[in-house]
Design a binder for this molecule. Sequence first.
Ligand code: ACO
Length: 402
Amino acid sequence: GADVSKLLAKTGLVTYDPGFANTASCASAITYIDGDAGILRYRGYPIEELAEHSTFAEVSYLLIYGELPTADELQAFTGRISRHTLLHEDLKLFFNGFPRDAHPMPVLSSAVSALSTFYQDSLDPFNDEQVDLSTIRLLAKLPTIAAYAYKKSVGQPFLYPDNSLGLVENFLRMTFGFPAEPYEADPAVVRALDLLFILHADHEQNCSTSTVRLVGSSNANLFASVSAGINALFGPLHGGANSAVLEMLEGIRDDGGDVKKFVERVKAKEDGVKLMGFGHRVYKNYDPRAAIIKKTADDVLSAMGKRDDLLDIAIELEGYALSDEYFVSRRLYPNVDFYTGLLYRAMGFPTKMFTVLFAIGRLPGWIAQWHEMINDPQTKIGRPRQLYTGPTTRSYVPADQR
Ligand code: ACO
């Protein structure tokens, strides 16, 4: 309700840009997005090519170090990660302090924050060796922390990582396996999860990544910065959207499956209801990640022998919205989260874990962006300005006279 032009005149020369929709906070060589054309590239490589040919480990290396690794470099990288997957036994005690029904996202961010207390030898943001060590530690330990957050929520024992396994298999075993019982992950699930991690690995200056950079700009260490990013990702307008989509689809199914009725409620902005998994700040075209996921969702679900009534509702809902004037005129298309929840569900993850999976996927992007920020001579502490709307000077009145 404030008259912005008057406030600007009083403040002097500042830009007023709510949500930073038109403000570049940094220069970056990591991820390229053309939102109008629906293009996404990591370090110049189209997401479609990486999705088809690469792996999450390789993409993580690419994002963090800038180039695709040679076979030897990749082996050295994954070998180092494998050697750091264990959590300190004392850190494991943290999980007992949370309520059993705690959401795993704050558990994840708390445990990542606590890494600063266990690894005090790698906290100097300007010491390359220390940064490298905390990078590997974080990549290695986040999946273990995520699996333990799940195990805690279902009351099952923690499994030590099995470092003969790849990153995704190891994570699936720690999540769904039992001690002293053999566990073999379904190769279709391993490949699908690896693909989903690739698609989430970076997305330039989104809310959580900007948070990581902002916190890091105070020279806070990598663990502290990433922990803040995880909290930003927790919000339903960001990473929390993938679970919100599934809840929305279940709601439509339980209400008789009438897609049209739901869309009418969205258009009327009834109770602020939104079509979750639709719309994006940057994409004003089909999100290229959603296109890849949609293509694979059907294949993967049938390979896993899981036909899903919610997938049918999602496809119908998408078709309906894409031909409706409300969504067309606002250029609202499905985003990455529209189909991911269906795949996560088919893999056996409860809804609460969906955003945790997003965090595992996004981690290499956060790390790459933090590295770039800390090494950029242009970086200054993040400190936006404001337009003040409060009272002008007032005199203090003692409590007994108010
Ligand atoms: N359903 C219905 N209407 C929508 C939706 C939606 N999903 N998204 C945007 N709109 C409408 C808004 O109400 C607004 O309409 P108006 O002009 O009549 O006021 C118009 O489209 C513009 O939307 P904004 O909210 O201004 O767009 P913004 O860029 O600020 O927000 C966001 C983008 C947050 C993603 C929004 O589209 C949204 O809330 N989507 C649903 C949540 C979601 O799926 N988030 C995941 C994003 S992707 C990610 O984090 C991986």
